[in-house]
Design a protein around this ligand. Structure first.
Ligand code: RBF
Length: 168
């Protein structure tokens, strides 16, 4: 990793960590799901520098946030899994254009998280699988809203970070 790349990953990890404190639930019915804008900065690192850089931003901000506020290893692991899927799918489809990449990333991340949550929610909340099904519409809606917002904001901000850092 070049020094410049490391500096930018570090900077974006620090910003992502800071903005994660803004987290709040979108749907009171599923208040263990909290919106925060931190994945925007993982996306901004991954677009010029690749999957490893974006993943590094997510891992660093999640470890810091675990100790600084959360203390909930399940929540942090889910947040990391969500963020890594989000940037992974965005990068995978990036060459097909921003709109296709955005739709693919939001839909595939939401589908992936619905599957993971089918295992995690019953264990974490000590509920029968049947009750997971009643959470499912909230989980789907939450992830569609969260990742649509973060993708759109990320792509808009990328116009500026691309120029400011003269990445390459
Ligand atoms: N975050 C997501 O972005 N999508 C999810 O589907 C998701 N599922 C979660 C399920 C459980 C049981 C928990 C505890 C957390 C989940 N999170 C998810 C992370 C949550 O929104 C929040 O970022 C973390 O709990 C850190 O406060």
């Amino acid at each position: 990793m070049s020094t410049k790349k490391m500096a930018i990953v570090g900077l974006f990890a620090a910003i992502a960590f800071a903005v994660m404190f803004l987290e709040f639930p979108i749907f009171p019915a599923a208040n263990f799901l909290k919106y925060d804008p931190s994945e925007i900065f993982a996306l901004l690192a991954s677009l010029p520098y690749g999957f490893g850089a974006g993943t590094a931003v997510i891992i660093v901000k999640d470890i810091l946030f675990y100790f600084a506020k959360s203390g909930d290893i399940v929540g942090i692991a889910m947040n990391a899994a969500a963020g890594i899927m989000f940037i992974g799918f965005a990068l995978l489809f990036w060459k097909r254009g921003k709109i296709i990449a955005g739709i693919a990333s939001v839909l595939l991340t939401t589908a992936g998280l619905s599957a993971i949550n089918a295992v995690v929610v019953p264990l974490y909340l000590h509920l029968p699988f049947k009750t997971y099904m009643s959470f499912l519409p909230w989980i789907v809606a939450f992830n569609l809203v969260k990742f649509s917002i973060n993708y759109i904001l990320g792509v808009l901000l990328y116009r500026y970070t691309e120029k400011v850092f003269r990445l390459g």
